[in-house]
Ligand binder design. Sequence first.
Ligand code: ATP
Length: 240
Amino acid sequence: MTGTPILSTHALNGGYGDFQALFGIDMELHEGEVISLIGANGAGKSTFLKSVFGLLPVAPEMVRYDGEAVGGTPAHRMVRRGIAMVPEGRRLFVGMTVEENMRVAIDNARLPEDEGQWTRERLFELFPILREKRRQPIEDLSGGQQQMVAISRALLCQPRVLLCDEISLGLAPKVIREIYAILPEITAAGTSIVLVEQDVSLAREASNRLYCMLEGRITLTGASNDISRDDIAAAYFGAS
Ligand code: ATP
């Protein structure tokens, strides 16, 4: 691809203390793109997103965003600069209402509310059920509805880059389709997306390009349409 990526990583190494989970990851996300990171359990996909988002330590030059080295910048500052994350497992706050959960990230990052294109009103149009349930405790919502809250919470930060960690996990196929159907609206609004996804078919359909990860390394990358199922299987499981 040509042009400067909005987000890129450069020989990114990362992990937990002495345990290295990522080995020299090079990744590029261009404006308007959706890329998917696929791979088996424990391949390092979540660790990668956390490393990009400033939740795990990395050197500044390992992550570039909008032309600047930002590796290791704390997450709340990443949010202010235009990167938001939908974390694995949603991480919503039990005992708080839907609307309170939606506001958590903008409050944390001290961002203004309802400025920019992702207003609460627009999100309620996108997910009408959330308007209905806005004053209910989050635990009263189904898994799919909670995922909508987690996505809304991130979008209220007006991100230029959205990092999504397994947003389909544990959801019924119908709900997954409903949630994935909004991704084109998000990119049309100017937000580029990194998807971590275990469902390879879903990842291929939803993204322009795929990265396949195995044991902390990228084993395959290319346009989603061009990569064959056999190539993916080999890259996924390490078969030769
Ligand atoms: P999953 O689909 O299961 O989330 P993943 O591809 O996202 O898999 P990671 O969660 O990034 O994989 O895990 C990569 C490696 O890092 C694994 O070996 C895992 O055991 C290890 N790991 C993950 N979280 C921690 C942690 N908090 N402390 C130590 N090691 C961890």
